[in-house]
Design a protein around this ligand. Structure first.
Ligand SMILES: Cc1cc2nc3c(=O)[nH]c(=O)nc-3n(C[C@H](O)[C@H](O)[C@H](O)COP(=O)(O)OP(=O)(O)OC[C@H]3O[C@@H](n4cnc5c(N)ncnc54)[C@H](O)[C@@H]3O)c2cc1C
Length: 509
């Protein structure tokens, strides 16, 4: 029997864990070296004491959305966690009305709604049909672990759709299908999901279908019973049962790429382990530092890592009651979006203000995740209700405790829609700078690297030999990178980890 090839994965976030899962099942001997004492990376939790009660809450990621269903099934996660995706229409509020626009899943109903509420005269049906084609194409690429390629997109989707959806600008895409600014703002908001990508930048159109490309909930987003960190905890347990070795609280001292050995310190003891292949599932810059490859480090520093998203978790002593009533079931679990801009130009300029001016915050929209209500649907009893406010356009240079006014502004904005704001008994607030300090994201971007020009789809890689593998790192031929900085992007998806594992296996066979 031939000896098992050894793989060392640096980083125990979702991507490292998924890569470990597939590679150990493919017959490799897999070890994970993780700097922190717990797995999960940005998909983890903290416990908070409020009065004499405690509650766990998601520190980073909150909702499950972009994971491909086949990963959810094949890893065994689907047997180990319970999930729920609100069927309630998403509710969207613009500044000129306290009544929401309902984003129905049925596009005919949605078409009527946006005609009535936003004066939309464009072609939602074509937008949805074309988007479905792009999403099918993206999902196929995920499944086969295929290098994203414009040539392939041209061949399958045709030149027009490829130019519009894959390498064009968000502005061009939105103008093609829609007439009203509100529709364009809503349909194109995900381009600033993690950073400050301008709607005029080429390649930003692709972020729109990308964010709907997960298939656990068929393009929608949802919750995990107990909290999203169950995903990383469960996959770790599964991996342990497959024989994956975990070295936690470990600091890498050196990597000898000639002898293929890595040395690290764990609990004051030194370790040295061999590898045939090494995979970094960290941010993209860390590997260049650990490899002491200064040239590559300098090259990588030139990319756009800027993150502009922040997060408030608000704890309520009684279930949140929304002012606007709804005829649908589980209405308190609906996703809500509260916009501060209602023209496309204002939305665009607020996204650029935190880059081009000294402003610390430029309000644009707040995404509300009703985590507590979803946990109630999942029959997880918790002592407090939880709302998460995912905020855009925060400048990178300061931590949350230096920016209390942002929290106040956001809470005032949201609390206008709530009957019982006085029940809010505590909050946790994080800005991009905090995310850098807690999770090591280079400039606080939740996708490790911005989804911006030249950093999306076929350009989202660090390989000098794409023909061999899209997931290779720099000029190395047995060192790979599969963190959130690689295609497709971050989000608790594990897709980059899966695709990297698939490509690595192919290069070995
Ligand atoms: C506030 C916030 C909200 C978010 N919301 C969502 C959401 O709702 N849904 C969603 O899908 N996604 C969300 N995301 C994004 C998502 O969490 C991340 O993109 C994803 O978790 C990245 O996974 P990863 O495995 O690539 O990297 P990470 O989770 O960053 O993991 C990298 C791991 O590498 C380790 N590491 C780093 N350096 C070293 C080193 N030198 N040696 C050893 N180990 C090292 C780190 O400790 C970490 O465990 C959110 C992120 C944040 C911060």
């Amino acid at each position: 029997m031939s000896k098992k090839k050894k793989i060392v994965i640096v980083g125990g976030g979702i991507n490292g864990l998924i890569a470990a899962n597939y590679l150990s099942k493919d017959g490799f001997s897999v070890s994970i070296i993780e700097k922190k004492p717990i797995v999960g990376g940005a998909c983890t939790f903290r416990t908070k004491k409020i009065g004499n009660q405690t509650i766990d809450f998601a520190l980073g990621a909150t909702v499950l959305g972009m994971m491909p269903d086949f990963i959810f099934q094949e890893t065994g996660l689907s047997n180990n966690v319970e999930i729920f995706s609100p069927k309630h229409p998403k509710l969207v509020y613009f500044p000129d009305s306290n009544t929401s626009t309902r984003i129905y899943q049925n596009y005919k109903k949605l078409d009527q709604e946006i005609k009535n509420k936003w004066g939309e005269k464009g072609d939602l049906e074509s937008f949805r049909n074309d988007e479905d084609k792009i999403i099918d194409f993206i999902r196929q690429g995920f499944k086969f672990g295929e290098t994203p390629s414009l040539e392939k997109a041209n061949a399958i989707l045709g030149k027009t759709l490829t130019n519009l959806w894959m390498n064009g600008s968000a502005k061009n895409l939105l103008d093609h299908y829609f007439t009203s600014d509100k529709t364009k703002i809503y349909m194109g908001m995900t381009r600033i999901e993690s950073g400050s990508s301008s709607m005029h930048n080429k390649g930003t159109a692709f972020t729109i279908p990308l964010m709907d490309s997960g298939s656990v909930f068929n393009g929608y987003w949802g919750y995990v019973k107990g909290g999203i960190w169950q995903i990383t905890e469960e996959i770790s347990k599964i991996n342990k049962s497959l024989g994956v070795m975990f070295y936690m609280s470990s600091n890498i001292n050196s990597i000898d790429t000639n002898r293929m050995k890595v040395t690290f310190e764990k609990e004051k003891k030194d370790y040295e382990i061999d590898y045939d292949y090494m995979i970094f599932a960290t941010d993209p810059i860390t590997p260049s530092k650990l490899l002491k490859n200064f040239k590559l480090e300098q090259e990588l520093e030139n990319k756009d890592y800027l993150g502009t998203s922040g997060k408030i978790t608000a704890f309520f002593k009684n279930p949140v009651k929304w002012k606007e009533s709804s005829p649908y079931k589980n209405s308190d679990s609906a996703f809500r979006f509260v916009f501060s801009n209602q023209t496309l130009n204002a939305f665009e300029s607020s996204s650029q203000r935190v880059v081009n001016s000294s402003d610390d915050y430029a309000p644009s929209y707040v995404q509300i995740y009703a985590e507590g209500a979803a946990q109630r649907v999942l029959k997880n009893r918790e002592p407090f209700d939880k709302l998460i406010f995912f905020i855009k356009n925060i400048k990178y240079n300061k931590t949350a405790d230096q920016l209390p006014f942002i929290k106040e502004e956001v809470m005032n904005l949201i609390f206008k829609h709530i009957v019982n704001p006085e029940d809010c008994v505590s909050t946790e607030f994080l800005c991009p700078k905090d995310l850098n300090e807690i999770f090591y994201f280079p400039k606080g971007n939740i996708d490790h690297m911005a989804l911006n020009e030249n950093q999306n789809f076929n350009q989202r890689h660090f390989s000098k030999n794409v023909n061999k593998s899209f997931y290779l790192y720099g000029e190395y031929d047995n060192i790979y990178y599969c963190g959130a900085g690689a295609y497709p992007c971050g989000s608790v998806a594990g897709t980059a980890g899966y695709m990297c594992a698939k490509q690595l296996k192919r290069t070995v066979n």
